[in-house]
Ligand binder design. Structure first.
Ligand SMILES: [Zn+2]
Length: 472
């Protein structure tokens, strides 16, 4: 790569190797891959000056269901005074899942993905299970909706890993649930051939690393043992990441206990599912021993605290997990709020509330920014590891995916090199995310996305069509 094709940036502060640096420029080649860092005066002069900006790695949202964006704000009341739980929320979500057209799913995905970019997210793992028509019949292209979701990510400029979800049944000993017909692929062989079709399509049309595929057995509840093992073998053969909802609610544990005599993490460990390609999403209702087994296996754990608090799931035992060195990452899940830094700070805040103690997760070591660094890592580098993406940190050989933070934004104003990490992690508001770059290309400029007006108008249209009587 010739020096001519290089582009360089010189921000006020740069987060690199967990350290806030000043007077350091970084350069990327034509394909957007970081080639070098430099403090040489000639390089500093050549680089594009990002005045009054701190540059941090782009955030990685490991667990998203974009279509659930349509029910934001529509589940915050009780039905005729009845108890409201995760399971009653799920019925409302199923109602939306059943009625959305492919076009509406695509338009909703664009809106949610754009919101992610505006909040500093540069890579998403989309846990995708709306495969079929409302009556369960397949579309002539079995990946019709998955491809639309991938296309939505490309149009707004976000990297995506489509986690193709396998779903077989309502649960152990349970009658089929009509709310799940769109999700179900009846056998593992069909699921695998559908996945192969999508992989081939990606190879043909998305060859620059902007989209990838992973496997997502929905949950222990939603699959039989044979089905799960067959698709896990397929993932092993192709070195794909495997993401799975695990122990989000106590009822899942009870069903697993009934079927297999043990709780989900223990059963998954026995089945040989845990390991560096595996991510347990939620993993809230687990024992300390299970936290240890997840960590020791090299599995990732994806917490989704803003969604989990909204759905009354409980709080992840981050203290157990981090004490064992687990790779902890974050997801926006139900899209009730898209703010990965809020998710990051909640990991710590939940424990403060429970223990009446502060700075609970502060890891041992020198420096004052250990906790903030660790939390920022959960929202970036650790997420990239879970999705098996070469991203999540600013280092040579990785893409220039980064956010430009406005140092004059009131939420972080006055922070110096010593306190910037903590200001960003604990106090940053979305207004401070001024610019967002993916692969060296600027996709958000001055807090605005080039398609913002049209995508927002389109999404408002989806909401008006989808919820009759809304326009009154
Ligand atoms: Zn989920």
């Amino acid at each position: 790569m010739s020096v001519k094709a290089e582009h360089g940036w010189l921000p006020e502060f740069l987060l690199v190797d967990g350290e806030i640096k000043r007077g350091t420029a970084f350069f990327a080649d034509e394909s957007g891959i970081i080639t070098r860092f430099s403090q040489a005066p000639a390089d500093l002069a050549r680089a594009q000056r990002l005045k009054n900006r701190a540059v941090f790695p782009g955030l990685v949202n490991v667990h998203s269901h974009t279509f659930q964006r349509v029910i934001r704000g529509r589940t915050e009341w009780r039905n005729q005074g009845q108890l409201d739980t995760f399971w009653t929320w799920r019925e409302k979500m199923y109602d939306a899942a059943k009625r959305l057209t492919p076009e509406q799913i695509y338009q909703t995905a664009k809106a949610a993905f754009m919101e992610m970019l505006l909040s500093g997210i540069t890579t998403v793992g989309e846990f995708h299970y709306l495969h079929h028509q409302a009556d369960g019949n397949r579309y002539s292209d079995p990946n019709l909706i998955g491809k639309l979701v991938i296309q939505a990510a490309r149009e707004v400029g976000l990297r995506i890993v489509l986690l193709r979800t396998a779903y077989r049944r309502a649960g152990y000993g349970k009658a089929p649930n009509p709310g799940q017909t769109r999700f179900i692929t009846p056998d593992a062989a069909t699921f695998i051939s559908d996945t192969e079709e999508l992989s081939a399509w990606l190879k043909k049309f998305y060859s620059r690393g902007e989209a990838a595929v992973g496997i997502a057995p929905h949950s222990v509840r939603a699959l039989t043992q044979d089905y799960l093992l067959e698709i896990a073998n397929y993932a092993r053969k192709h070195e794909l990441c495997v993401h799975m909802h695990v122990s989000e609610q106590p009822a899942e544990n009870e069903a697993c206990l009934q079927e297999y005599g043990v709780s989900p993490v223990t059963w998954l460990a026995r089945m040989g599912l845990l390991g560096p390609r595996f991510t347990a999403v939620h993993a809230i209702h687990i024992s300390e021993a299970e936290a240890g087994s997840l960590a020791d296996s090299g599995s990732s754990i994806c917490a989704c605290p803003t969604s989990e608090r909204n759905l009354a799931d409980g709080a992840v035992r981050v203290d157990w997990l981090l004490a064992r060195g687990a790779n902890l990452c974050l997801g926006s899940d139900s899209q009730i709020q898209i703010d990965l830094l809020e998710d990051a700070r909640l990991l710590e805040y939940h424990l403060r509330m429970q223990r009446l103690e502060r700075v609970v997760l502060d890891p041992p070591g020198p420096g004052r920014e250990r906790l903030s660094q660790k939390l920022y890592q959960t929202a970036s580098k650790s997420g990239a590891k879970s999705l098996r993406q070469n991203a999540g940190e600013l280092t040579v050989g990785k893409p220039a995916d980064f956010v430009g933070i406005d140092l004059d934004d009131l939420s972080v104003a006055g922070a110096g090199p010593e306190t910037l990490m903590a200001n960003v992690v604990f106090s940053l508001e979305r207004t401070a995310i001024k610019d967002v770059y993916v692969g060296g290309r600027r996709v958000v400029t001055d807090r605005s996305h080039p398609l913002q007006e049209s995508i927002t108008a389109e999404f408002r249209g989806v909401q008006e069509q989808f919820w009759p009587g809304m326009k009154k």
